[in-house]
Design a protein around this ligand. Structure first.
Ligand code: NAD
Length: 480
């Protein structure tokens, strides 16, 4: 693959060192990725800091135009970028294309958004309103499952509200982010959007940097805890989008013909490496065998292979560490439950895990308690709905959940009792840039997307005006 460079202060620069990027379908090294030194991290933050005042002062219409130009320039290279994304991440090419297209749509969507003043009181003598001001330098840290859309979900709201960004992708999927950084560097003013890479060793330096005003982090709950702690000394603003263990609750009146293909897709898309994937299914006793059978049939008819090959609907898992983790988990599932698995390619290269349905597994098994983040789906049985709800809510996570039923009102009533940031009824994994997404409990803090997501990149300031005429009539009574 052609050379990749860091983007610091509008320039593409070599890193201080290089790391290998591996194609998870072949285990071949596909590129050498530049990794930044601590000094280059400082340079990136300094570039963003000096770009901030003029960018914040740039009329919002101009910021919108530049963001739209950037989205169009990325879209124009959709084929090339999708191939890079599939090669580094492993996902099927059509999913890579969809991710990049949606990322461009998200940039366009946020480019159009505005944060109007909120007026609390406006009389002849007073005007009190709240305005939203940008924060400064935003550290945008992303994981390896959706490197592009998770980047633009941060970049869009950060830029339109007037902030500058230093992005840091995961070390196993840095390439698409670097290319997007280079494309944007030709359009955005220098320093507005910087990209640095690391070998999983600069995250703490970036989040702890005194000139970073805001951390927008997507990743695991374990790393999220460290990020939150690193923000404490300067009381930095933090948004944490973390892990999940979403449950699908199937009710006894669910339309399985409709529901099962959707549940399967919502569990297995991107090889199960989706924060809001369905990670456990709860089925009523009467439907348990049928649910397991239908899911098993879907697993056995999936085509697993190199995401670059036509007809493949599931790629490998993204990296060697995740592959080893899932192998160990499968070993445990095999001991404690019953597995039905699909096929993987015959070659012994590539991080392929077969789509797996796990039946008759106890609630305390790791695959039920933890976030598996792979194509392994446990199906659990319940006799009593109250008991099912209690088991679903007995988790440190609370990202999403879904309830499946022909009776929408009944499903909504039960869904509202699940402790999660989102509950879907008869669907799962439905997200939209206009709708806020957030985790309850240890699945996160703050929101991404929607108006609430944009607020996270701003400081609210109340402007409280006593108009002159009234001021002259009556001295202000201030409370200190
Ligand atoms: P991870 O936490 O290992 O890494 C995420 C990012 O954090 C990477 O860029 C990594 O280099 C960086 N990092 C590592 N140590 C750091 C530190 N001390 N300080 C700051 N940054 C540091 O996560 P991952 O394994 O790449 O991604 C998978 C996880 O992400 C899963 O748990 C998944 O559920 C979660 N995720 C959540 C959402 C959401 O919106 N809630 C979306 C996608 C993924």
């Amino acid at each position: 693959m052609a050379e990749f460079k860091l983007v610091i202060g509008g320039r593409a620069v070599r890193g201080d060192r290089e790391i290998d990027v591996v194609n998870p379908a072949t285990e071949d090294i596909i590129a050498r990725c530049p990794a930044a030194s601590a000094a280059q991290l400082d340079e990136a933050v300094a570039a963003a800091k000096s770009a901030f005042p003029p960018w914040a002062q740039t009329p919002v219409e101009k910021r919108e135009a530049l963001m739209r130009e950037a989205a169009a320039a990325i879209r124009a290279r959709l084929d090339e970028l999708s191939r890079v994304l599939t090669a580094e991440q492993g996902k099927p090419l059509n999913l890579a294309r969809m991710e990049i297209s949606r990322a461009c749509d998200a940039l366009d969507y946020f480019a159009q958004q505005r944060m109007p003043r909120r007026i609390f009181r406006e009389t002849q003598s007073e005007l009190i309103y709240e305005q939203r001001k940008p924060l400064g330098v935003v550290a945008a840290i992303t994981p390896w499952n959706f490197p592009v859309i998770l980047l633009t979900n941060k970049l869009g709201p950060a830029l339109i509200t007037g902030n500058c960004v230093v992005a840091k992708p995961a070390p196993t999927t840095p390439l698409t982010t670097l290319r997007i950084g280079e494309i944007c560097a030709d359009i955005l003013p220098s320093g507005v959007f910087n990209v640095i890479c690391d070998d999983n060793d600069l995250g703490a330096a970036l989040t702890g940097h005194p000139d970073v005003a805001k951390i927008s982090f997507t990743g695991s709950t374990a790393t999220g805890r460290k990020v939150f702690a690193s923000a404490a000394p300067d009381l930095k603003r933090v948004t944490l989008e973390l892990g999940g263990n979403d449950a699908a609750l199937i009710l006894d009146d669910a339309d399985l013909e409709e529901a099962i293909p959707q549940i399967y897709r919502s569990a297995m898309t991107n090889s199960g490496q989706v924060c809001m994937a369905i990670k456990r299914v709860y089925a009523p006793e009467a439907l348990y065998d049928e649910v397991c059978e239908r899911l098993s049939e879907a697993a056995q008819s999936s085509t697993v292979g190199n995401g670059a090959d036509p007809g493949v609907d599931m790629g490998p898992v993204q990296n060697a560490a995740q592959f080893r983790k899932l192998k160990a988990l499968l070993g445990d599932c095999d001991k404690q439950g019953k597995l039905t698995q699909g096929e993987t390619p015959r070659s012994n290269r590539g991080y392929f895990i077969p789509p797996t349905i796990v039946k008759d597994i106890p609630d305390n098994a790791p695959v039920v308690q933890e976030e598996q983040f792979g194509p392994v789906l446990p199906v659990l049985q319940y006799a009593d709905l109250e008991d099912a709800l209690a088991r679903i809510n007995d988790s440190i996570f609370g990202l999403g959940a879904s309830v499946w039923s022909r009776d929408i009102a009944r499903a909504v009533k039960l869904g509202e009792r699940i402790d999660s940031g989102t509950v879907w009824i008869n669907r799962h994994q439905s997200v939209d840039p206009s709708v806020p997404f957030r985790g309850a409990r240890q699945s996160g803090m703050g929101a991404e997307l929607g108006e609430a997501g944009m607020w996270e990149f701003t400081q609210a300031q109340v402007v409280n005006i006593m108009k002159e005429a009234a001021f002259q009539r009556r001295p202000s009574s201030s409370v200190s």
